[in-house]
Design a protein around this ligand. Sequence first.
Ligand SMILES: CC(=O)N[C@H]1[C@@H](OP(=O)(O)OP(=O)(O)OC[C@H]2O[C@@H](n3ccc(=O)[nH]c3=O)[C@H](O)[C@@H]2O)O[C@H](CO)[C@@H](O)[C@@H]1O
Length: 365
Amino acid sequence: MKKLKVIISGGGTGGHIFPALSIANELKARVPGVEILFVGALGKMEMERVPAAGYPIVGLPVMGLPRKASLKMFRFLWMLYQSMRKARKVIDDFQPDVAIGVGGFASGPVLKAAVRKGVPAILQEQNSYAGVTNKLLSTKVRKICVAYPNMERYFPAQKIVLTGNPVRQNLLLPVDKAEALKEFGLTPDKLVVLIVGGSLGARTLNEAVIVNLELIAQSGVQVLWQTGKIYYNEMLERLKGIQPENLKPVEFLSNMDFAYKVADLVISRAGAGTISELCLLGKPSVLVPSPNVAEDHQTKNALALVENDAAVLVKDVDAKRELFREAFELVKDTKRLATLSANSLKLARPNATSDIVNVILNELK
Ligand SMILES: CC(=O)N[C@H]1[C@@H](OP(=O)(O)OP(=O)(O)OC[C@H]2O[C@@H](n3ccc(=O)[nH]c3=O)[C@H](O)[C@@H]2O)O[C@H](CO)[C@@H](O)[C@@H]1O
């Protein structure tokens, strides 16, 4: 029998890469011998993370659309032309049976090339809003798997399937809490607040930590703080000589299952992937949506929880002043934590990955 060949394209941040890997793993588990090729953007996070997860990846030379008209526009158009050519070559050489776009730089050229060759294409949109590339592609693809209702605002209604976002399967495996606490140098006798600024770290959350060191030191709570790779050294520098003992900075959490396990409360940006994880695990959270994303979509992501009493929202502008006061009060209120946890579990879509793979396989029948 002919082997199934699948191209998965996109990336840029963890928010696109991790769902892509979940889809790949589920396909591998369900379709013996499936051949999966990733296509990402050269220099972006996927070029490391995808091979580390055991899949081959081809990189396209792409850059984001410049926000203002400038000379950068010529460079952008040239790169786009180059990546369109390379995408067409990848499709010709690999001959996929289906192409899946998960959003991010490489998705556009690859899905466009696939559709031109008559390859069925499917999109997975993680957010409650659709970016330009996905809107343009939506008329050409067969199906669009989404995680939020009302996406007819952006996509043809008959193509939309509400599946939820794929979440890495390993997050659901049992974790030994004592081992996890030890891993981060935390003790079992104190509550833990976890701070995550999305896959890249968040400047606002980091600044909020720095201006609240005294409050943190006096809180009686342990704080596990993901700074993000690019901010890590700067943060260590600023902590020199004044780092409270109960504050544990880390660059990146490669074991989120451990981090979620130890956390009594999570302070986080409101990226779609993180939100899906918080719901799946029923983790109470204080969300600080990033104001630097298109159409303020993180606020919309966060409101999906807040409106169901499943999380608390603190605005980016208020973070330095309010975030830790609010979080330390909340983490000690076990009744409120239980309510937030129960309500977030109700919003989880634990079958998202297998539902998406069903959509993919159905298109091949
Ligand atoms: C600034 C920006 O453009 N953010 C977007 C990006 O977010 P971003 O890439 O931050 O993505 P998400 O919040 O969706 O997902 C982050 C993922 O990284 C993992 N993680 C995070 C930190 C860490 O130390 N270790 C780790 O493994 C989380 O568990 C999660 O699986 O894509 C999301 C999904 O399209 C969007 O909703 C966000 O608005």
